[in-house]
Design a binder for this molecule. Structure first.
Ligand code: GAR
Length: 188
């Protein structure tokens, strides 16, 4: 299975998938890493795999549709059959998502449907929930609303901060992403 990984920032989920593929825990080919932000910290983490990186900075495009057109040229050339959003912080257009129906998965740092959108960890703390976690899901036309593939729960302690909660959740994100991806690849 040819996969593309989209990321925007730190790239820990991206690197986690790369390592799992390198270690043959997932039998997929990462044909391309697409980054929409030329300053993303994750870029350096790719090291020798930077040959497969394409930076398509969204600042150079007048609309998300034009950005997606450029991205899709690469996806088609490389015969990509699954897009893994791994800390990808742009909202894809409904048209793009429709064209790639059930071919895009995303990781989100909350127990969806709670705390959609940005700063999910902060939203959870502000709300005062006692548990939060992460969700891996298919991407549909509504933000953070596609079919849930898997979730993992973390407890929130009394003196939790956004930073400590983010770290706790990331550990779980890395686990469920690999499980979900492995299962999807096996089925295809
Ligand atoms: C992760 O916590 C991911 O769930 C979140 O951004 C972080 C990226 O970390 N994604 C979203 O909030 C998407 N709405 P990473 O760059 O280290 O993988």
């Amino acid at each position: 299975m040819n996969i593309a990984i989209f990321f925007s920032g730190n790239g820990s989920n991206m690197l986690n998938i790369k390592n799992a593929v390198d270690e043959k825990k997932i039998e997929a080919n990462i044909k391309v890493y697409i980054c929409n932000n030329r300053n993303a910290k994750g870029i350096k983490k790719l090291k020798e795999s930077r040959d497969n990186l394409i930076i398509i900075d969204h600042h150079n495009f007048s609309s998300i549709n034009n950005w997606e057109k450029e991205v899709e040229k690469h996806l088609k050339n490389l015969e990509i059959s699954l897009i893994c959003l791994a800390g990808f912080m742009k909202i894809l257009s409904k048209k793009f998502v429709k064209r790639w129906e059930r071919k895009i998965i995303n990781i989100h740092p909350s127990l969806l449907p709670a705390f959609k959108g940005l700063n999910a960890q902060k939203q959870a703390l502000n709300y005062g929930v006692k548990y939060s976690g992460c969700t891996i899901h298919y991407v549909n036309e509504e933000l953070d609303s596609g079919e849930i593939i898997d979730q993992s729960i973390v407890g929130i302690s009394k003196n939790e901060t956004v930073s400590s909660l983010t770290k706790k959740i990331l550990i779980e994100e890395h686990k469920i992403y690999i499980n979900a991806l492995r299962n999807i690849v096996k089925r295809n």
